[in-house]
Write a protein that binds this ligand. Structure first.
Ligand code: AMP
Length: 303
């Protein structure tokens, strides 16, 4: 099978509490959402670590989508990373109630030999040192995109700076972009991050959409408005996974048309992600369902 996008990131068992519902021990993690979303557009290879508590059913779910799971390492005697999150009444802000790093704490990604020729690498949210180790194993990547979070800005700034120097695109939240640069304005923050030497930066603004920055231009995309927000977990990862996968499907081109389409597909896939817990609502996605939402999106954004 030809390589498409290689995704490295966290694989988690999440327990989520929202103002309306609670679900325990469900599939989560940055690699899970990003890989699943990306697989709607291109072949995907996954890299991550799990413990002996991992269910083979989860792996099957990914294999059924054609995702190559050879890069999922099962650590003997270990337990899978666990994250416990609670959403506030606005369904946007969240608190981490507990984190059990388990096998993720010592994760050293090992890319199977067959993945090392990949041209496209997505580093889902995780320790920047993990991203650097994955990068060291790739022979010649053409486009590398990473996602990050406030935790790494706080505790691993020098690794993150090094990672940023070695990648092409960075995806992060509005508040994280401001934290990374000390700016209070989103546009100033995005432009400053671009000046770190990146080809592009995407600043995610949750229910308010996203802004894409490159030296050629700035594009904005609103979020797809949905009333059915069940669980926002993974929206950012699925947005980034689908967006990058669309760019890969266009052979890594970064022209205006490709970028705009990529932003829209990322937005649409994320809108499905939030309509269910874990990857449940993405499991039902087909290209026909996505295209129908695309038609709705065009109608409400065109003027
Ligand atoms: P998102 O909602 O897109 O920010 O992604 C949420 C996912 O990130 C959850 O499924 C968590 O399991 C995972 N996650 C939470 N904290 C961390 C962390 N410190 N490192 C890696 N993944 C994490």
């Amino acid at each position: 099978m030809s390589l498409g996008l290689t995704v490295v990131g966290s694989i988690a068992i999440d327990s989520i509490q929202t103002p309306l519902a609670k679900r325990e021990n469900i599939l989560g993690g940055s690699a899970i959402f990003a890989a699943y979303a990306a697989s709607l557009f291109v072949p995907v290879q996954m890299v991550g670590v799990v413990g002996e508590d991992w269910s083979a059913e989860h792996t099957k779910l990914f294999q059924q989508r054609g995702i190559d799971t050879e890069g999922i390492e099962i650590e003997k005697g270990g337990k899978t990373f666990r994250w416990f999150g609670k959403y506030l009444d606005n369904m946007n802000d969240r608190e981490t109630l507990d984190v059990q790093l388990n096998v993720l704490g010592k994760f050293k990604p090992k890319l199977p030999e067959s993945y090392r020729q990949t041209k496209y690498l997505f580093l889902g949210n995780g320790a920047p040192s993990t991203g650097l180790e994955a990068l060291d194993q790739i022979h010649k990547a053409e486009l590398v995109v990473a996602d990050t979070m406030d935790l790494w800005i706080n505790i691993a700034r020098s690794d993150l700076d090094e990672l940023i120097r070695r990648i092409d695109g960075l995806v992060l939240n509005d508040s994280e972009a401001k934290q990374l640069t000390g700016e209070i304005n989103t546009l100033s923050a995005g432009r400053k991050i671009l000046d770190f030497g990146l080809k592009f930066v995407v600043v995610k603004k949750g229910e308010h959409g996203a802004i894409f920055f490159s030296r050629d231009g700035l594009y904005v995309v609103p979020a797809f408005p949905t009333e059915e927000v069940v669980d926002p977990t993974g929206a950012g990862d699925s947005f980034a996974g689908a967006m990058f996968a669309y760019i890969v499907s266009e052979n890594g081109k970064l022209d205006e048309r490709t970028i705009k389409n990529a932003l829209v597909y990322g937005t649409l896939v994320a809108s499905f992600c939030v309509e269910g817990f874990s990857i449940e609502s993405m499991e039902k996605l087909t290209s026909a369902v996505i295209e129908s939402r695309l038609a709705q999106f065009k109608k409400i954004t065109a003027f």
